[in-house]
Design a protein around this ligand. Sequence first.
Ligand code: FES
Length: 163
Amino acid sequence: MSEVSQLIEALSVEEVDAIEAEITHLPNRESAAIEAMRIVQEKRGWISDESLRAIARLLGMSTEALDSIATFYNLIFRKPVGRHVLMLCDSVSCYVMGCDKVRTAVCDQLGVEMGETTPDGRFTLLPIVCLGACDRAPVMTIDEELITHLSADSIPDILSGFD
Ligand code: FES
């Protein structure tokens, strides 16, 4: 099997095309690492070992180097996640403004701890460093949405908006 066919087996033709299109805007293939993983994650929800190997081959870099970028960049998921990813900021402003109470409320409401996914696959809870919205702390994101001025009491209503 040719290298291109092997790649296309692990990645879809659309994914390879989208990654190649991204590379054309960049100085070298490796610079597309994060965007390439984002493209694949958008379709598959996370980056499996097989996807990681295929992306690395496509970009002409080692799987280990790509994996360290994925590990460093906390919006790339290396394990399956729920339908919604909730990221709760635990940096200093949010901490001072009571993110601990918010975290307890989220965990109690969903019955899981940070780092876990609810058994029904609805939410994955993850910590994140400062989201740049310290003046509206405490804050979290659910998928692409930034939710600010959180309180423990606001959590049930917020979570009920995500099925
Ligand atoms: S510390 Fe939470 S947004 Fe900055």
